[in-house]
Design a binder for this molecule. Structure first.
Ligand code: C2E
Ligand code: MG
Ligand code: MG
Ligand code: MG
Length: 274
């Protein structure tokens, strides 16, 4: 069928197919906000000492018309690259604040803020506006950043972090331990919370030193006055070990998978009864 249209052969090379797929994803993503295809799921965090749920992390989902549910791992990097993360991230912050207002008043909501979003001048204003519009007290909002934000550490990054802190917003270091210099970043800003990356929790069962690492991070958090959350806790054994090693909180499938806000009240109720 393509005979005589040799150029198409070239354009249909594998490389080009990938680029077309990417281009299509980009076009779709540009429409997704207006079409209300994004959705937030929430995953609760459990405070070990009290046995209470203390907050939830907002995790974005994209309900694509033909692809179904697209993982953030598959579109956030592209959104960052083309700058769409700024409007998408703004939507996340506003929606998360609104949703959190329907939860018990001691519960906080954590949003992930990516490097490109952090660099944009709008972040602090967006947060101020989202808090004001929703009525959510600043202390109930938490911003999660990864090492990527601090990688281009400069005056402005630190200034933004301090402005958030002055507002009363809490700041967490996400995926702790996976980067090259997690430790030195702890020195640059007084985080409220360290989120220990899921890979360390996984190592508990498989690596002989798995526990020592969790214990060291928990101890570090304690000395620095930061809470420590273990991410990706899937089994009761892992939770038991994590408790023994001194982490303050856990998050993971064992407590609950990320769920839409409508389903959260049921999860909250289970823990209230417990
Ligand atoms: P993250 O912030 O480290 O979020 C934790 C990820 O671990 C989530 O994946 C969550 O569903 C998953 N998880 C939680 N508990 C368990 C467990 O017990 N076992 C396993 N196997 N996985 C668990 P998810 O939702 O696919 O999000 C992936 C990443 O995408 C997030 O990692 C975050 O970096 C990014 N992301 C998600 N939502 C947003 C957003 O609204 N904005 C930005 N900028 N990034 C986001
Ligand atoms: Mg996170
Ligand atoms: Mg994480
Ligand atoms: Mg991550």
């Amino acid at each position: 069928k393509l005979d005589g249209r040799g150029t198409y052969r070239f354009f249909e090379s594998e490389m080009d197919a990938r680029m077309q797929a990417r281009r299509k994803l980009e076009l779709d993503m540009r429409q997704a906000l207006a079409r209300r295809e994004f959705q937030l799921h929430y995953q609760p965090q459990l405070q070990l000492e009290s046995g209470k749920l203390i907050g939830c992390e907002a995790l974005i989902r994209w309900r694509h018309p033909d692809r179904g549910l697209v993982s953030p791992l598959d579109f956030i990097p592209l959104a960052e690259e083309i700058g769409l993360i700024v409007p998408i991230g703004e939507w996340v912050i506003r929606q998360a604040c609104r949703d959190a207002m329907t939860w018990p008043s001691h519960m906080s909501v954590a949003v992930n803020v990516s490097p490109a979003q952090f660099k944009s001048d709008r972040l602090v204003e967006t947060i101020i506006s989202a808090l004001a519009t929703s009525g959510l007290p600043a202390r109930r909002l938490e911003v999660e950043i990864t090492e990527g934000v601090l990688l281009q550490e400069n005056e402005k990054t630190l200034q933004t972090l301090h402005r958030l802190r002055e507002l009363g917003v809490r700041v967490s270091m996400d995926d702790f331990g996976t980067g090259y210099s997690s430790l030195s970043y702890l020195r640059s800003f007084p985080f409220d919370k360290i989120k220990i990356d899921r890979s360390f929790v996984k190592d508990l069962a498989t690596k002989p030193d798995g526990e020592a690492i969790i214990r060291a991070i928990a101890g570090l958090g304690k000395s620095l006055g930061m809470t420590t959350v273990a991410e990706g806790v899937e089994t009761a054994e892992q939770m038991q070990r994590i408790r023994l090693e001194g982490c303050t909180d856990v998050q993971g499938y064992l407590i609950s998978r990320p769920v839409p806000t409508e389903d959260l009240l049921e999860v909250f109720a289970t823990y209230l009864k417990a």
